[in-house]
Design a protein around this ligand. Structure first.
Ligand code: PLP
Length: 451
């Protein structure tokens, strides 16, 4: 364990001098100093000043079983002693990868029975991008290579994944999207639905996929990718009509459907996978984060019989990572899945925790600053607005008020994230009703202080 022998200010100065943070304005952070997190247990993280902070984001939507599970540490140490590394290339395999692939095939819906291991969510989506193009190439339709995704979707930070994503701010920073990726609009009813009913709006947005396919020509389209619920885009929960229509269109035009379950997988929406919550079965599912509850990096592409038969049935798929199927990560993932299952964590989310959180979360809509409170399972957001009736946006640059609210939350020892002027939660799935009450209390206090 790394003991903290240095004063916080000194750690902050070293951090500013040497550590480049992801998705961070480095100079801005250097001026105020990073909050140094030293340990964690359950849903609580502790900083270098000894403050206990309720982690309403499960780290980055990932610590599903909560912090401090000894079982995961034990299994990692045991695996490191027995076989710390071996790759799954060159005609070899190993027991943790085999067992994990089998377990994921059991848990995944439909005929998603094959697993390609990756290191993260981003590189899993790069795998998917290459795999769907390879699929059509093997079927002698190489021109079927365009992938359709959505504006404001998030699929990761690598060149491929950021191109699949629809974050214009990321695209603007050079060379994105890479060729052969096009975007359609997202199904955000509250912000963009106008006079339409949610169901009508869901169908309208899904049918943009059909329009785009017809524009490009189905013979040129390889796949559609989307998150069952957009996380980083602001917890955008599509109307119930949306996903079944997307699935219908993909089937009609012979286009592969990829569900990016990096956030929604492993209990987050109340079922094992988000696509079960929305009643669809994709051809490929991306998973990461909750696969290991974030204790160690790992991602995977879970692939249908149909796609695997083509990829396995041709010459070598020239793709893979040194850490594909890493034995320590696989052992941790297996143990994590055992905890989620045998301790009834996923089942309890659907039956108890999520309904309790939903009632409390939706009560925030009564606050003068909150235009909408939406939630599904254990992921929710509130929209901050100066006018609930008109759903107006603040005059200040988008995100300014959200940022203030997030800073107030952090000062009140609650981690909530902001996306523009939306505040987001995605707590560990093991959060208790008493801890949910604390979360809501601190959120309300922070909202009051943001006004
Ligand atoms: N896909 C989705 C839906 C995500 O939310 C994320 C990360 O937040 C990713 C992919 C990228 O995963 P990673 O950060 O592990 O590369």
């Amino acid at each position: 364990m790394f003991e903290n022998h240095l004063p916080t200010a000194e750690l902050q100065a070293l951090d500013a001098a040497h550590h480049m943070h992801p998705f961070t304005d480095g100079d801005g952070l250097a001026k105020k100093g990073a909050r140094i997190i030293t340990k964690a247990k359950g849903v609580w993280i502790t900083d270098s000043e000894g403050e206990e902070i309720l982690d309403g984001m499960a780290g980055l939507w990932c610590v599903n079983v909560g912090y401090g599970r000894e079982e995961l540490a034990e299994v990692a140490a045991k695996q490191m002693r027995q076989l710390p590394f071996y790759n799954t290339f060159f005609q070899t395999s190993h027991i943790p990868a085999i067992q994990l692939a089998k377990r994921l095939a059991e848990l995944a819906p439909g005929d998603l029975n094959h697993v390609f291991f990756n290191g993260s969510g981003s590189d899993s989506n790069d795998t998917n991008l290459r795999m769907v193009r390879r699929y059509w190439q093997v079927l002698e339709k190489p021109e079927k290579n365009v992938i359709i995704s959505r504006w404001n979707g998030y699929h990761g930070s690598t060149m491929g994944a950021a191109s699949l994503g629809g974050m214009k701010g990321m695209h603007a920073q050079g060379g994105l999207p890479i060729p052969g990726i096009v975007h359609i609009d997202q199904p955000d009813w509250w912000s963009e639905g106008g006079e339409m009913s949610p169901e009508e709006f869901g169908l309208t947005r899904a049918r943009q996929l059909e329009e785009k396919i017809l524009e490009i020509g189905a013979e040129n389209v390889a796949a559609f990718i989307g998150e069952p619920v957009q996380g980083a885009g602001g917890v955008i929960i599509p109307p119930a009509s949306y996903w079944p229509e997307i699935q219908r269109i993909c089937r009609q035009y012979d286009i592969l459907l990829i569900a990016d379950e990096v956030i929604t997988g492993f209990g987050r929406t109340g079922n094992w996978f988000g696509c079960q919550t929305f009643g669809i079965t994709p051809d490929i599912m991306t998973v990461a984060k909750g696969l290991t509850s974030g204790y160690i990096p790992m991602g995977a592409s879970i692939v249908s019989d149909k796609v695997a038969a083509v990829i396995n049935g041709s010459d070598e798929f020239a793709h893979g990572y040194t850490y594909s199927g890493h034995p320590v990560a696989a052992a941790v993932a297996l143990e994590n899945l055992r905890l989620l299952d045998e301790e009834g964590i996923v089942a309890r989310v659907g039956a108890e925790t999520a309904p309790y959180l939903k009632a409390k979360w939706e009560s925030l809509a009564a606050h003068p600053l909150v235009g909408e409170a939406r939630i599904i399972g254990m992921m929710g957001s509130i929209a901050l607005t100066p006018n609930k009736e008109t759903r107006a946006k603040f005059a200040a640059k988008s995100g300014t008020v959200g940022y203030i609210c997030r800073e107030r939350c952090f000062a009140n020892n609650l981690v909530m994230r902001h996306v523009g002027d939306r505040m987001i939660i995605s707590p560990p799935l093991v959060i208790t009703p008493a801890e949910i009450d604390i979360l809501i209390e601190r959120a309300l206090k922070s909202l009051d202080e943001t006004l």
